[in-house]
Ligand binder design. Structure first.
Ligand code: HEC
Length: 143
């Protein structure tokens, strides 16, 4: 039990480091989609969605990864679903964001359904289901 204070200190240091990493979100100062400016607010913060076209202006680490998937070896059906995914899931952020995000099948389902329901997402249930199958398929390929 003598090491308990040390453990607490280590836990605290990790907690602070995680908080700091989280606070380091970058924001784009100009919308890459419609070119509207994203000026710094009086309190030093930035908007995370473009006020004009609602594009996501927060930069995720995943946005900086590869932005395409080589589907040459995929079954024809998955190649078709990739096209839907690439067209629909790049409307409000980079395609790299979903490509480089790992989620469980259940989490993807929740997210895609959320997008299907979002007004203006342009994703129908039919397309959403195909995207979901594609995400599950590629994630299995990566394992
Ligand atoms: C209507 C705009 C819109 C569309 C369309 C959209 N997204 Fe998003 N997405 C966002 C926004 C805004 C965020 C930032 C975080 C948030 O608000 O949830 C985000 C964040 C994300 C994230 C990171 C956050 C997380 O939950 O892990 C992933 C992954 C993602 N989107 C995947 C997708 C996929 C896959 C599709 C296609 C089915 C898609 N997005 C379509 C707006 C959209």
């Amino acid at each position: 039990m003598r090491c308990l204070p040390l453990l607490l200190i280590i836990a605290f240091v990790f907690f602070v480091a995680a908080e700091m990493a989280e606070g380091k979100i970058e924001f784009l100062t100009r919308c890459p989609k419609c070119s509207a400016d994203n000026p710094k607010e009086a309190d030093g913060s930035y908007k995370d969605l473009c006020t004009k076209c609602r594009y996501s202006l927060a930069v995720y680490p995943e946005d900086k990864g590869p932005d395409k998937v080589d589907t040459a070896s995929f079954p024809a059906e998955m190649q078709e679903s990739y096209k839907l995914f690439a067209a629909r899931c790049s409307k409000c952020h980079t395609l790299a964001r979903p490509i480089n995000t790992r989620k469980s099948a259940a989490e993807w389902k929740t997210y895609v359904i959320k997008m299907v329901r979002k007004p203006g997402s342009g994703i129908t249930l039919d397309v959403g289901l195909k995207v979901l199958q594609f995400l599950e398929y590629t994630q299995k390929q990566k394992k």
